[in-house]
Design a protein around this ligand. Structure first.
Ligand SMILES: [Zn+2]
Length: 459
């Protein structure tokens, strides 16, 4: 073992002197470096955590507003919690607080809706909307976590004026009508409402001239038929004008039909893949009628919007030639299976039976907006004739046209068949006004078209 030699006194003294020379300043410098580094880390952390300021998104962005305008404010603050939202409106030095909201802890996203308060007493003219939002940013003293947004808007309280071309509309239950009118200023939404249905109007040229096809639902009581033109401008002002229209009752046929096993066995295979949990054809049939039929019918509303703003049809619509009429529009059908009533349906078109695989002509000139298998309708074609008017051909065996094709009146578009819920080869033909199925019989009649459609739209 080797012992360390004891240091000499002088060495110890020297060492102490040396240490005393570097001592306090060296320690302070290190401390400053450590504190500085910590501060930089803290600031970097705060910058990252603050994650920028809240993001504001205001809608609608029409540049115009009224007391009816429903504004929606979407706030997103990805990392720091939202603290406060303030909305003020200023006009000629007059400032009104529209909204002040403080947020509960942990709120990172928020959607607020608001309207200008009626009691604010603003006048027609320009207004400035100021929106400011704050989050709980760590560096809020440096202005972090604040966002503001200013929107200049034109306040407009004058609703559009609607002038309807005079005339009386006699409309049968399940029938159609058309109207022409002008609107005094640009509008965002314009059309005719009938009960819960909205029929969009289509602008003709400039100068606020519109044409609108509408219909009376087959099951609407005639006393409830009060069609009216509704127009809403960019500021949200709505104008309403009642149409001089008379609802006329129509008698619909009633039928009861036995659903045989042979029909279910041969037809339900098309749909079994949609309902793998169902075991028997009759279960599939019941489910289809409760679900698929509704989906298919509401799908027509969307297809109705895929329309040309101008009229592409002319003259009477063609009926499948050499065909016997089977079921009619509005027929009330009760379906029985082994004596039990399993379904009630309204037949929303006309069934026409010719030879099997008969050539199907386009009832009028138009554009193919659907050519595919469509639920209960089987292979189905829908032609658009403009302004929401469409014709439907279903249970087809073969398509001769494809979606997007333009067709002439009388052009062969398909062959009849028995696809979908059809018991035998026939054509189910329907007419549709902005998604509402109406009686096709009216559209086969040149005189009816003249008196009820063309006369009213000045054609
Ligand atoms: Zn049918």
């Amino acid at each position: 073992m080797k012992l360390q030699p004891m240091p000499k006194n002088r060495n110890v003294h020297n060492h102490r002197v040396l240490h005393a020379d570097r001592g306090p300043s060296h320690f302070l410098r290190n401390l400053l470096i450590i504190c500085g580094a910590a501060l930089v880390c803290l600031i970097l952390f705060a910058l990252v955590r603050d994650g920028g300021s809240p993001v504001l998104k205001l809608s609608p962005q029409t540049g115009e507003a009224s007391y009816a305008t429903k504004f929606t404010m979407q706030l997103t603050s990805p990392r720091s919690e939202l603290k406060e939202l303030v909305v003020t409106a200023t006009q000629e030095g007059k400032r009104v607080e529209v909204l002040r909201r403080t947020f509960a802890a942990k709120t990172l996203n928020h959607t607020e809706t608001f309207q200008l308060p009626r009691k604010s007493g603003f006048k027609q003219g320009s207004i400035e909307l100021s929106i400011s939002a704050r989050s709980h940013a760590l560096l809020s003293f440096l202005g972090r976590g604040r966002t503001s947004l200013t929107e200049k808007l034109a306040l407009d309280f004058i609703p559009p004026q609607i002038s309807v071309t005079p005339g009386i509309h006699n409309v049968y239950q399940g029938g159609a009508a058309a109207i022409a009118f002008t609107v005094s200023k640009p509008v965002l939404r314009v059309g005719v409402t009938v009960g819960r249905y909205f029929f969009p109007a289509y602008q003709q040229g400039g100068k606020g001239a519109y044409v609108c096809y509408f219909g009376m639902p087959y099951d609407m009581p005639t006393t409830d038929f009060k069609p009216r033109v509704v127009a809403e401008d960019k500021a949200g002002n709505e104008a309403v004008q009642y149409i001089n229209a008379l609802g006329i009752p129509r008698n619909f046929k009633s039928d009861s039909l036995e659903v045989p096993d042979s029909f279910l066995d041969s037809k339900m295979g098309q749909y079994s893949a949609m309902y793998p949990e169902l075991k028997t054809p009759v279960e599939i049939y019941k489910r289809m009628n409760s679900e698929l039929r509704k989906q298919n019918v509401s799908g027509l509303l969307k297809i109705g919007l895929d329309t040309s703003p101008t009229q592409t049809w002319s003259g009477a619509f063609l009926r499948l030639p050499n065909a016997a009429g089977r079921a009619g529009f509005g027929d009330q059908r009760d379906y029985y299976y082994n004596g039990e009533k399993i379904d009630h349906e309204t037949h929303m078109g006309v069934d026409l039976a010719s030879v099997a695989g008969a050539a199907v002509p386009a009832a009028n000139a138009g554009r193919v907006v659907m050519a595919q298998f469509y639920g209960i309708y089987g292979n189905c074609i829908i032609l658009d004739h403009g302004q929401g008017l469409q014709s439907l051909y279903s249970h087809l065996s073969k398509f001769e046209v494809a979606k997007g094709d333009t067709v002439k009146k009388g052009q062969i578009i398909a062959r009849t068949g028995a696809t979908g819920l059809a018991g035998g080869d026939h054509l189910h033909f329907g007419m549709i006004v902005s998604g509402l199925q109406v009686s096709p019989v009216e559209w086969w009649d040149e005189h009816w078209i003249h008196d009820n459609i063309l006369k009213h739209i000045g054609r």
